[in-house]
Write a protein that binds this ligand. Structure first.
Ligand code: DGL
Length: 284
């Protein structure tokens, strides 16, 4: 791992110094995506719609998943390792397509690589609170995302507008990692974690982990005919990434469909699952 990344893991934010990427950013380079596993694919599928001509390298770190129940320092170490790999592949922009990794590592990455267009993702509380003032909004996320200061700040910004209820969902991302995105067991999980909130005041559920959009079909079925909106930040994050690349004149100038390279630290089996998940239609 690069020395500056090693340092970035442990040093205080204020002590971090920007470092050079060691290559020129240019429109022909690919865009890097990372997540603890399959989750970031829910963001990637939106990014490919927003920027169809771009080339993408997606790295899922399933060998180290889940991130969301690990200590912060360890999440940072795993994230930095993947970012290091992607930078060695020479990317022109980066999406940390994982709420948990964003909370733990994005501030440091921004300080280290100020020239790199970089976006993270956070639970979509803003649109939820704006759409449903005074109502109840559930936020499903990993325990780590909910514990982090970043989330507390976000909560503080919107808690006067709506009744926001964080729901830590340890063990939920595993359903996606195992490709079990439908079925009774998942239904049981929803009942156990959401059952007590199922009353009329709940108007929205924020999917604050990028794995969860793949569970929308089953979640919709669980919710039945309740009028509850499911919100996530995948489209907003993709648009933001496009905007940042455009501002630096880094969008591809050639038309035609871009390429996609899917990589996973746990090997071929997970790459095959990633292809299947990407091919699923997005349930609204
Ligand atoms: N997909 C990740 C997120 O958005 C985290 C899942 C995990 O590794 O626990 O938070």
């Amino acid at each position: 791992m690069r020395q500056e990344l090693e340092d970035g893991i442990s040093k205080e934010l204020t002590a971090l110094k920007p470092v050079s990427l060691g290559y020129e950013l240019s429109p022909d380079l690919p865009i890097g995506f990372m997540d603890s596993g399959m989750g970031g694919l829910s963001v990637l599928r939106e990014a490919r719609k927003v920027m169809p001509e771009e080339d993408f390298i997606y790295f899922g770190d399933s060998a180290n998943a889940p991130y969301g129940t690990k200590p912060e320092e360890e999440i940072r170490r795993c994230t930095f390792q993947v970012v290091d790999y992607l930078l060695n592949r020479k990317i022109k922009g980066l999406a940390i397509a994982c709420n948990t990794a964003t909370s733990a590592a994005v501030a440091r990455l921004r300080l280290l690589y100020p020239e790199l267009p970089l976006v993270g993702i956070e639970p979509a509380l803003k649109p939820a609170a704006e759409r449903f003032p005074g109502k109840e909004i559930l936020v499903m996320a990993t325990p780590m995302t909910i514990e982090q200061e970043k989330f507390h700040n976000l909560l503080a910004r919107y808690e006067n507008q709506a009744k926001i209820v964080p729901v830590p969902c340890a063990g939920l991302m595993e359903f996606v990692e195992q490709g079990s995105i439908y079925g009774d067991e998942l239904d049981g999980y929803f009942e156990e974690h959401l059952g007590k909130y199922m009353h009329d005041d709940v108007k929205a559920i924020v999917l604050g982990c990028t794995h969860y959009p793949f569970l929308k079909k089953q979640l919709r079925a669980y919710l039945g005919d309740r009028d509850v909106q499911l919100l996530d930040g995948s489209l907003g994050t993709s648009r933001e990434l496009r905007r940042r690349l455009e501002e630096k004149h880094l969008l591809k100038t050639k038309s035609g469909e871009g390429s996609l390279e899917l990589l996973n630290s746990a090997g071929e089996e997970k790459t095959t699952l990633a292809k299947k998940l990407l091919a699923l239609p997005n349930v609204e």
